[in-house]
Design a protein around this ligand. Structure first.
Ligand code: ZN
Length: 501
């Protein structure tokens, strides 16, 4: 039995005006053939899980193309076209094949199409016909569109947030795909979509109502009622006409899967008002930090500018507000700013100059600030991320400098990565516990590491492409009968789709 394995992965933030290009994929990782097997088989990623499931079934792997990029603005269509062209050629050369297993994010938009995972699934399905088994893994924040459901036999989403079950999700998709091919199971998938988006920092699977719903789904699988299930809370910064939260249930029959999918979707809908995190104002956080005499920092969460959520990472809003406040707070901040990093490298350590910090990539959406700063240290920008990154743990953020403005230290770099890991500071000589205030541009992933030493973690009201205030963003495509734009009182479940009938 021959199974093609491939990957096209990126999470799109429609409000980030900087498009995602081939060089972003080169940075995230492009592998093909034997190189893909070598690079990914031992990594904590979905592709590795699929490979494991294929190996256990003694089937043959045909390793195709894997392309992965960090979250960001819409993908240039020519990048998608390049993936499709190479993948379709590879599939044609290897026909007949029995299965095609794909690792997606699920919320990928291009400069031309809203539903890239649907487009890829449909293009492959058209080529290989109805009998080939197609299985995909997705991020919990994916957008499980009708085109995906109708062209794929199996879709499995992460069950954890913060995400840590990358491998396990790929394994679930791969295993069910192999069981289908071997005639052991006949999976039938039902999708229920509800018109709602909620901020990603409003829930986790560690505690709270969302974690209870996830546990309920897992109990249904354990009891043998379902083969698999997924709950997608589509990442809310994706502005598309077809999108929303989704419950997927897979069972031996649509009639078995559908009532469970509807029940879980109703429960998810009912908890919609519980997903709004309490937000501090920057001034409230500054006041707390100014009084902080402990050796534990206050964490100001600037999730609106989190590159993990596809924002630009170049917003100097917090720095600007802090300078305006005239408060003396020992602070660490990180900001994407290639020109400032290069200027610091030209000047050398110990030199002083007026820097314009921030707003270099999105001059319209991001604040900048002009200020005299000292070049404190210079770095190549390579560090090892300790947390579960899901990919290679070596991070390269390009030429990096630490600028000091009084007792504020600003890390300026080319492309921020590994935001959830304190190593993004420690690797550049900044020990967070020596600071009263540390700014973290991340959403949820950072909590595991930061809560070990933070005095307080403050979700803060800041502007940006990944703002928690969804109503402040300029959605153009999402229908208006959508939560939180509408309260959905009296809404009846009506959007049900089935995998191939
Ligand atoms: Zn996610």
């Amino acid at each position: 039995m021959k199974i093609v394995v491939c990957e096209f992965n990126q999470e799109t933030n429609s409000f980030n005006p900087v498009t995602t290009k081939m060089e972003d994929y080169e940075q995230g990782g492009i592998y093909r053939g034997e190189e893909m097997l070598r690079e990914l088989k031992d990594k904590p990623c979905a592709v590795a899980g699929m490979l494991q499931a294929i190996k256990e079934a003694n089937a043959e792997v045909l390793p195709g193309l894997s392309m992965y990029a960090q979250s960001g603005g819409p993908v240039e269509q020519e990048v998608v076209d390049a993936f499709l062209q190479e993948t379709m050629t590879f599939i044609r050369q290897n026909l007949p094949v029995d299965g095609i297993f794909i690792s997606f994010h699920g919320a990928t938009q291009s400069t031309q199409y809203d539903d890239i995972c649907g487009l890829i699934s449909e293009t492959i399905r058209r080529e290989v016909g109805e009998t080939v088994v197609m299985a995909a893994s997705c991020d919990l924040h994916g957008n499980a569109t009708e085109k995906m459901i109708k062209n794929l036999d199996i879709v499995c989403g992460y069950h954890t947030y913060p995400h840590k079950d990358f491998f396990e999700t790929g394994y679930r998709a791969g295993k069910l795909g192999m069981e289908y091919l071997l005639g052991e199971k006949k999976p039938r998938m039902v999708r229920v979509m509800i018109p709602m988006i909620v901020p990603a920092s409003g829930y986790t699977t560690i505690s709270g109502p969302f974690s209870e719903l996830m546990a309920y789904g897992e109990s249904l699988v354990k009891e043998g009622k379902l083969f698999d299930f997924s709950i997608f809370q589509m990442q809310p910064w994706l502005d598309v006409a077809e999108g929303g939260s989704v419950v997927l249930a897979i069972a031996s029959d649509y009639k078995i899967a559908e009532p469970y999918a509807v029940e879980m979707a109703k429960r998810l809908l009912d908890m919609r008002n519980e997903f709004n995190p309490k937000l501090y104002s920057v001034d409230e956080v500054f006041r707390m930090a100014a009084e902080n005499k402990s050796n534990r920092p206050i964490i100001l969460v600037d999730s609106a500018d989190s590159t993990n959520a596809g924002a630009v990472g170049d917003n100097a809003y917090v720095l600007k507000k802090l300078l305006e406040s005239k408060l003396s707070i020992k602070t660490a901040i990180v900001i994407d700013d290639p020109p400032a990093a290069e200027l610091a490298h030209q000047l050398g350590v110990g030199k002083k100059a007026v820097f314009s910090i921030g707003g270099t990539e999105d001059p319209v959406g991001s604040e900048s600030v002009k200020v005299e700063a000292n070049v404190k240290s210079l770095h190549e920008g390579v560090f090892i991320q300790e947390g579960p990154a899901g990919r290679g743990l070596v991070r390269n953020i390009g030429h990096t400098a630490v600028l000091s403005i009084g007792n504020i230290d600003v890390v300026v770099c080319h492309h921020m990565m590994g935001n959830g890991d304190p190593q993004l500071y420690r690797a550049f000589g900044i020990e967070p516990t020596f600071y009263q205030l540390v700014v973290v541009k991340a959403c949820t992933s950072f909590r595991a590491a930061y809560r070990l030493f933070a005095k307080e973690i403050c979700d803060t009201n800041t502007p940006g492409a990944a703002s928690v205030h969804l109503l402040s963003l300029k959605y153009r495509k999402i229908p208006k009968s959508f939560y939180p734009f509408s309260d959905l009182k009296g809404y009846q479940i009506n959007d049900i789709a089935y995998s191939r009938l």
